[in-house]
Design a protein around this ligand. Sequence first.
Ligand SMILES: Nc1ncnc2c1ncn2[C@@H]1O[C@H](COP(=O)(O)OP(=O)(O)OP(=O)(O)O)[C@@H](O)[C@H]1O
Length: 342
Amino acid sequence: MTTPDTAPAVYVSGLLKSFRGAGGRHQDVLRGVDFSAQRGAVTTLLGTNGAGKSTSLACAQGLLQPDGGTVRLLDQEPWRAPAQLRARVGVMLQDGGLPPSQKPLAYLRHVAGLYAQPRPVNELAERLGLNEFAGTSIRRLSGGQKQRVALAVALVGNPEVLFLDEPSAGLDPQSRQVVFELITELRADGRAIVLTTHLLEDAERLSDTIFVIDRGRTVAHGTVEELIGADGPGDLTVAFADGVVPTWPSGINALPLAAGRWQVPALDSPATLARITAEWAAAGILPRELRLERRSLEDAFLTLAAEAEQTPSGTETGTEQTPPAPQGPRARLARVAGRRQR
Ligand SMILES: Nc1ncnc2c1ncn2[C@@H]1O[C@H](COP(=O)(O)OP(=O)(O)OP(=O)(O)O)[C@@H](O)[C@H]1O
């Protein structure tokens, strides 16, 4: 990755991190993570479970010191940074990191009191529905309720940079919508938002830039359009009335589906589409339905994961390699998609 022209709020390059695993051996968890986050943008680290997203975020925030690579957070090395830097950064951790015996609103007020210009606590509590359980101690809250408190705590200091580790995990649709709206507002207000997710739908909906992390490495980055390949091929699906059997120009790979439907995968040019419809015009047939669907982020992610799987994983001598994924990319994505259904 080249150094960006404008100084990003977060800049991470060549990040390395090992942990001592079972039997005292090192496991290389990060083996070359690169990402940067601009102000006024949502930057997403996308990857399957265990890819290294949370570890990358922890290094970028200064909660963990990396073994190698460069990290700049608001132009400083975060693990050496003074308290003033902390005050400019909001963090929502995956496990919440909240004091279990405290009550949500009292704790939020306490945290707000630590900042020079906090957001109004009542407004945040209202937006995130914290009043419903204001009198319950944090340890008794549901997972989704804790998530909402954790997000409020991350936001209350009015941070310039916001790190959100899986912000929508475990939230009901209504709360998820509120979180999306808050993130969109923060972006419009010029904050740099870095989030992690393995939910392709969330990544597609929210992100200005996505960095795809696979087994400790950044394997691709770009806008959703760039990753999908907006000008690339799409799948054409057509349906005909009962008894109509379409003819196809030579060289067109049309696959019959159920109930009078056909699919032409990876249709790659307007000229090909024109040839197909000209054939039907000549035969005097009109489809009941015609849909050209662009590739989804899911398709792009599958391709990237498959490519990454074929790349040998280099690592230092004497250390334990990150074990190859036990399943293929399709199965790994199935797990991702399974979680998306929640
Ligand atoms: N403190 C630690 N000690 C040992 N291993 C760790 C530690 N923290 C993380 N790991 C390992 O590092 C790998 C990456 O973990 P990480 O939490 O960064 O992944 P992730 O991409 O955030 O996954 P998920 O989507 O499941 O949250 C995992 O194999 C994990 O077990």
